[in-house]
Design a protein around this ligand. Sequence first.
Ligand code: MEV
Length: 438
Amino acid sequence: MSKTIAGFSKLSKSKKIDWLADTYFANAENAKTVLKQYWNDNETLQQLHDEFIENTISNYYLPLGVAPNFSINNRLYTIPMAIEESSVVAAASKAAKFWLERGGFKTTVISTTKIGQVHFMFHGNSETLKAFFENVKPKLITEAKPLTKNMESRGGGILDIELRNKTADIDGYYQLHASFETLDAMGANFINSCLEQFAKTFKNEALQYVDFSEAEKQIDIVMSILSNYVPECLVRAEVSCKVEELSENKNISGEAFANKFVQAVKIAEIEPYRAVTHNKGIMNGIDAVVLATGNDFRAVEAGVHAYASRNGKYSSLSHAKIENGIFTFWMEIPLALGTVGGLTGLHPLVKLALELLHKPSAKELMQIVAVAGLAQNFAALRSLTTTGIQQGHMKMHLMNILNQFEATSEEKIKLTKHFEKNPVSHSAVVEAIETLRN
Ligand code: MEV
């Protein structure tokens, strides 16, 4: 029976597991075995993972795969991907190889500005507030110096602070809307610390501002937090080739393929039901690299989908065109990433992933991640508009079904061979297993 518990976080890991196993599981011993079999024998490594979060009871594994043969601005990359979905790494690898033979991926970082806001309430004269803001703005920056000194010495820091009047939306609501350059750091801690300092300075200075009435001096800070919406932290990835070079086999000409592909993208541009799935395919590539490189995939997801609806309607992130016989497929996408700080210096697999990527700067990582997204989108659209998605998906899913039936290595070899020539479906695999076993 479920029950509440006080002081759970203070219990040792073993005691936490005992309580969970006894409270929630019919077979307590089995639950403990499952949790403990994912512990790492290397105690230092295990302790590192235990301390990433509170109440760690085990490790949750995801496969780390790699997709080789990516040419990005004429440099070769093997891209690490942490993901559970069976077809994603295979699709990325295929797209990489396809474009390797057609000039590779071209990328540019358009901008790297990040945003944070202090949200506050002020019920007074907005002109006096504006004058106060102009007066206090230099002090907001100087009082944050202890926080910004290091970042500034490397060329980053606070770019600007604006006062924004949002009273048309909420009575008395204003913002300090600040922009930052955080270089190779994702910058969440840096930005949030600066914002909290701005809030403190702003509130304190208001108390002493002679042109404010007594009521106006009481500025009410609601919260200070970075924004994960980063439309000015933007990267572009692109592939292009002659239309006739798109054809790989006799079944479909380059021209027919290009036309169909462009149609598929146009549908995702105007139809939100399709756009969400289309963009989900892009995020298959993006999230996998973001995760493998220790970045915050929730932040990236939130920012990317907000960007996809920036014109008031959810739409495709990628675009395609045929012009003068040239097929071009591209995407501009907001990505706030870091290659220093956070998990990047802590998690051994993240460090390995970054080294595999030639130890990229944040700007370089933005380009690599965007390419992984575009490649994934290309692979999905290519399958969807030619063979259909299930052919490739079910081939990759075969191993999952075999594992569900606890197939032995010998059975796996035989059945994989069998399904090289036969269409994979759940029932076909079950039937083949049964035939083999009888
Ligand atoms: C599946 O994870 C992703 C796709 O649905 C993407 C798409 O439809 O473009 C195949």
